[in-house]
Design a protein. Sequence first.
Length: 94
Amino acid sequence: MTLLNRRRRAPLRGAVTHSTRPAAYATIDPVGGSTLPPSVVRVAERTRLSREILAAMLEIESRTRVSLDDIERADALADRLLTRRRQRQSELAA
C-alpha cells in the first residue's frame, strides 16, 4: 500500500492539537520587532540561513537529494556566518 492511499489515523484522545505556548511568545510585532526570546530568534535565523545555504549547495551541484553531511555543513556555515555578523555588529557598536 502506498502512502498516498493510506487512511489517516484518528487523533489520539487527549492529544494537543493547538499550540500551548503563551501568546506573547507566539506573536511577532508587525513593526519588525520580535516578541520572541532572543535565543529563539537566533535559532530561527540560523535555521533560515542554513536552509538557504543548503538550497544553494544543491542548486550549484545540480542535485535533488541531500545527505546528512550536506545538512551538517550548511548548519555549520550558517552558524559561522551569523557569529561573524554578530562580531562585526558588536565591533561597530563599540
